[in-house]
Design a protein around this ligand. Sequence first.
Ligand code: G3I
Length: 382
Amino acid sequence: MRVPMRLRAIRPPVWALSGATVVVALVSATVVVTLLSGAATTTAGATEATHSNLTERESGVGSGLRHRGRASGVKIGTAAQPAAMAENGAYQAVLSQEFDSVTSESQMKWDIVEPARGAYDWTSSEALVRFAEANGQIVRGHTLVWHDALPGWVANGTFSPEQLRDLLREHIQTVVGRYKGRVAAWDVINEPIADTGGKLRPSLWMTALGPGYIADALRWAHEADPGAKLYINDYGVEAVNAKSDALYNVVRGLRRDGVPVDGVGFQSHLALSTNLTTLDANLRRFADLGLDIAITEMDVRLPLPATPAQHVAQAGLYTRVLQACLAVARCVSYTVWGFTDRYSWVPYAYPGWGDACLFDATYQPKPAYQQLRQLLVDSPRR
Ligand code: G3I
């Protein structure tokens, strides 16, 4: 089997050393011969062309986004699906070769780590963190306080506000404490702003604990791991609008009160219709508060079946957001919310839409991948 150019210069990712593959490493200056199965077989028995079967020219994957992103100082990341990580060698090949940073797409959410009260399950979060550690990647922990992904015993419990506050503190300090020193940044609070009205979302936490839950959560996380960067993360706040104004006022108040908050995550779940005219000014005003900026969940959903012209327009939005990040010194990371359509959340949330990721379902890169890579190559060292 022809060894694609790109495999010759890099050490095989950790997964390639598993029992599932045989690695005959002729470690000379350039050649590592990896004998991978001809195709990764998913648990469903389906086979798919693996990433490593494709030549650099065919796949368009060369020295990767992570290698190119380093010059700009912006970490290029992706969210990682627990199911995908468990079943798919090709998935792990792209994940290890393309990204500086890995976000726990679901592995660290409350419903996964503590499905029953006091019964913690660290299986998938450990798998994610250990994979990242083994591949020299940083971890973005997602998320500690959210109105969604709550286990039933919390969401449907009959707790007093005092009991809920104690539960929340215990949750944050248990999860952050377990991963102390292993998670570089936490999305401590996720989606705290209501979609309309420019006020805080009336979540379980806001209703029971009042607006102070945000500062409390940040302080508890900081106590549990003073070295981790602490973020507030939201969607629909990429432009200057009532929602981003509300978020701006919240974080400005936190900074004024000396609450430990280090950054704001702009999820950036976009469609071709998204208006990004005020994106640059918006990122700058948050950076001017002394905050780090992170693009945390980038994807661009398309109506299916998408046309080549829509893929080109999609690439334009992906690069537009990266350009805005590169233009703000405090923008420290650009993370896509999953990198392959094979495991994207979009079709489930938006029936009739999809095709939102940098790679299609068979790990073929789209124009957006090529244009991001070129933009990173062209971007000046910061
Ligand atoms: O782990 C279980 C598995 O054991 C079970 O067999 C399977 C079928 O029920 O469910 C699995 O859990 C699923 C989990 O993803 C892990 O894949 C949950 O049902 C499913 O609800 C969950 O969906 C995630 C969703 O957040 C809710 O947590 C999506 O993958 C994820 O992309 C989405 O991500 C959110 C961000 O956290 C916040 N911003 C918006 C974004 C998109 O909604």
